[in-house]
Design a protein around this ligand. Structure first.
Ligand SMILES: Cc1cc2nc3c(=O)[nH]c(=O)nc-3n(C[C@H](O)[C@H](O)[C@H](O)COP(=O)(O)OP(=O)(O)OC[C@H]3O[C@@H](n4cnc5c(N)ncnc54)[C@H](O)[C@@H]3O)c2cc1C
Length: 363
């Protein structure tokens, strides 16, 4: 079997793996990225709301808070530099009852404490949406939406320009610690051949499967998934929005919000319910729950206005609400796993790439 020595191996061509690979290669490192699909970003990175989050909700000092707030700045700069379409449309978070008003104030205070200081309570422009029901609101002007497909393509070009090697349709099968390096078995799915990559440094950015890889290598079941599926429905009614509208968030999700796309179409989502399988079918049984949740802030909405579109699965971990960058050393070899990387992972990706690259080059 053929075998190749390399400095850095990145497993997974979603936004996390790609951003890290682009960053490491820009530092002059020799990097191979393997992605099992024939195209990049076919999983969670293309099944989301495409929102650039401001960083309002996350606990102060958490990785989510830090990486989202820095990532937002880096992302806006990157989009400008590469002429990638986006709009800083802003968003409203609405409270629909007195009980929710208290939660809204907590969210406002948390955001301000974390450094998102541009939030405005009860901004008058929400009044133009006569069809919305709310008692109070927060306006976040730095929230936006962007073309994540073009972003992924641009990162791919950066990686190629830096002489990074991208192997699509190549699945990482096993990792073994063999003396002075890891031996990684790769299955080239298109050519039906296998080969070995030998490396001392691995970045495990396998998204929904990242916990399996590190559990398997360590021989411990340290990380258990807590997958939450989220479905989206397009809106076919007559109302128009220029901002995003969010309800008060739940524990695992920011609530079924109304987002606009760059063409100003409106879609609602994502819902949140437990799943154990990685399938993206939209469940008809969830439709009424979905509809009722929107009705609380948009009472005139009709169920016929909602057309199922797509779904995504949040790669959460049991017992951990934050992102986790797990570092494990086997002999002198290091594997760094990006775990629990759910929302705001798109927004945070460039900050994550800086953090992960800085950490792994220390070894
Ligand atoms: C419903 C939903 C809504 C969201 N909305 C937003 C939002 O509006 N804004 C925001 O900032 N974030 C949002 N997020 C979060 C964001 O989408 C994710 O954080 C991000 O896309 C995760 O990227 P990733 O690269 O870690 O994972 P993925 O995109 O899943 O990439 C992992 C890759 O690894 C590959 N892989 C797995 N195993 C192997 C293997 N053995 N060999 C080779 N390749 C392998 C997979 O094929 C996949 O391409 C949302 C997430 C969800 C689920």
């Amino acid at each position: 079997m053929q075998s190749f020595d390399i400095d850095y191996l990145v497993i997974g061509g979603g936004v996390a793996g790609l951003a890290v690979a682009a960053k490491l290669s820009s530092m002059g490192k020799e990097v191979i990225l393997v992605e099992k699909n024939n195209l990049l970003a076919q999983e969670t990175s293309s099944r989301n709301s495409e929102v650039i989050h401001a960083g309002i909700y996350y606990e102060e000092g958490s990785l989510k808070s830090e990486l989202c707030i820095l990532g937002k700045e880096l992302l806006y700069q990157y989009l400008d530099l590469h002429s990638i379409p986006y709009t800083k449309c802003g968003k409203f978070i609405v409270a629909t009852s007195t009980a929710e008003e208290k939660k809204l104030l907590d969210i406002y205070e948390n955001g301000m404490k974390c450094g998102v200081t541009d939030l405005v309570l009860n901004h008058e422009s929400i009044a133009s949406y006569k069809f919305l029901n709310y008692e109070a609101s927060i306006y976040s002007p730095s929230t936006g939406i962007f073309d994540s497909y073009s972003f992924v393509n641009s990162l791919k070009n950066d990686f190629a320009d830096n002489k990074g090697i991208l192997l699509l349709g190549n699945e990482m099968k096993t990792i073994n610690q063999k003396g002075s390096s890891f031996e990684v078995l790769i299955d080239d799915l298109n050519n039906k051949t296998e080969f070995l990559l030998k490396t001392k440094k691995i970045i495990n950015a396998a998204g929904l499967r990242a916990h399996n890889i590190i559990n398997h290598l360590s021989g411990k079941k340290s990380f258990k998934p807590n997958y939450k599926k989220g479905e989206y429905y397009s809106y076919t009614g007559k109302e128009k929005l220029n901002h995003l509208i969010y309800p008060i968030p739940g524990k695992y999700s920011l609530g079924i919000h109304a987002t606009i796309d760059l063409g100003q179409g409106i879609r609602f989502g994502p819902s949140s319910y437990d799943v154990s399988d990685l399938d993206y079918e939209i469940s008809y049984s969830q439709r009424h729950k979905f509809y009722n949740s929107i009705k609380s802030y948009w009472p005139s909405i009709a169920i016929e206005d909602l057309v199922p579109t797509y779904s995504g699965i949040r790669p959460l971990l049991e017992g951990c609400e934050d992102f986790l960058i797990d570092t494990q050393i086997f002999d002198s070899n290091v594997i760094l796993s990006i775990l629990g990387y759910a929302s705001p992972g798109l927004t945070s990706s460039l900050a994550l790439a800086e953090r992960v690259s800085d950490q792994i080059i220390q070894f």
